[in-house]
Design a protein around this ligand. Structure first.
Ligand code: XIL
Length: 368
């Protein structure tokens, strides 16, 4: 217990020192680790509890000479490519894949001993136009398998977890709660099973995930989404489909109030009971009122993160926590419709000062 308290206190202080100490605009300087054996990092504290910590990354964060690279090296054991593993990035203009950006991130991971979350193989918003057209016209499953062939083998040394299907749930049209996406239109609801089997055949040592969002609040829609996800997972497991985990994106949203701990607890209890691993895959917080004083805003964000992580990390099924970026500078919430450019929903601010959210993550990881 003493060690935990010490870790919590010292980590907040020293993380800030570590990041600011190397925040020069010099790529060479930024390539040096701030401390040997980063005992004050989120990854280190997570590892103490048998978990891993990571973040979403993009080339701007890593390769433009700013402190982002150093921060990722310091804080993370895993990285999730924010964009460049998606189908529409890899094969934007046709069947010729362009791996330059994804290879850059893979080489960064290889060179620095980081693991990659493979995000994502099938996503309705990550499909290139040409593939969407071909799927609609020809309905050939071969097209999906060719995509898996192109991506999976190339990074098999780095990827322990693939988000095989991203965001398959949508309430409103079908009784089973499945999203009527391009894959469902072409192949019917079995596309999920086929995708999981195809992924497993190509990467038998990796763990297959379904990754989903909007599962945290006490609203009728989110209640139905939790149920639809559980039913989907149950059907797949009953058929012996190789599904190993569920990713909970955890884009928290203060406009919706506080997360519903009972609902989240129930979801985790049921997923755990099915023997699945759970990954928190895209944690961040959308703010409600940006006119409040900065410290108050930061405390509200941190409190919500604490509440969420305390609920989910009570379960040993949760083996990893990933934030959707480290600094507000890189957050997708600053450029989303309905988001705000000054949103402060990540562990570091735009100037790489750590915020109470980092302390909250660290504190819960240390206790869990
Ligand atoms: C987002 C990226 O952050 C944006 O930059 C991009 O424009 C769209 O995709 N759920 C997911 C992620 O699974 O892949 C999304 O990432 C955010 C929502």
């Amino acid at each position: 217990m003493r060690r935990r308290q010490f870790l919590q206190m010292s980590a907040v202080v020293s993380a800030q020192l570590a990041i600011t100490a190397c925040s020069g605009n010099n790529e060479k300087a930024a390539g040096k680790a701030p401390v040997k054996g980063p005992s004050n990092s989120l990854a280190y504290v997570a590892r103490g509890g048998g978990r891993s910590f990571g973040t979403a990354v993009n080339s701007g964060m890593l390769f433009t000479g700013g402190p982002g690279k150093q921060a990722v090296l310091h804080e993370c054991a895993t990285v999730t490519p924010e964009w460049v593993f998606k189908w529409d990035w890899l094969a934007r203009n046709g069947k010729r894949y362009d791996f330059r950006e994804s290879d850059r991130i893979a080489n960064f991971a290889r060179a620095n001993g980081k693991r990659i979350r493979g995000h994502t193989l099938l996503w309705h918003l990550g499909l290139p136009k040409w593939a969407a057209e071909e799927l609609a016209q020809q309905r050939k499953w071969d097209l999906v398998e060719a995509h898996f062939d192109a991506v999976m083998g190339r990074y098999s040394d780095l990827v322990d977890q693939w988000d095989v299907v991203n965001e398959p749930i949508n309430i409103g049209t079908r009784n089973d709660g499945l999203r009527e996406n391009q894959f469902l239109a072409a192949f019917g609801p079995d596309y999920i099973e086929w995708a999981l089997r195809a992924a497993h055949g190509r990467a038998p040592k990796s763990r297959n995930f379904i990754n989903e969002f909007n599962l945290e609040y006490n609203t009728p829609d989110e209640g139905r989404r939790r149920l639809a996800l559980l039913k989907l997972v149950e059907r797949l497991l009953a058929k012996g489909v190789p599904l190993h985990g569920v990713g909970l994106q955890a884009h928290l949203d203060l406009r919706k109030g506080k997360i519903w701990q009972d609902g989240v607890h129930g979801l985790l209890r049921d997923l755990s009971a099915m023997g699945l691993e759970v990954a928190i895959t895209e944690l961040d917080v959308r703010e409600n009122d940006i006119r409040q004083p900065t410290l108050k805003r930061d405390m509200m964000v941190a409190d919500e993160v604490k509440r969420y992580l305390e609920t989910v990390l009570a379960f040993s099924a949760v083996k990893s926590v990933t934030t959707w970026g480290l600094s507000d500078r890189d957050s997708w919430l600053t450029y989303q419709p309905g988001g705000h450019p000054s949103n402060r929903g990540l562990p570091y601010d735009r100037d790489w000062q750590d915020k109470p959210m980092r302390g909250a993550i660290l504190g819960v990881l240390a206790q869990a």
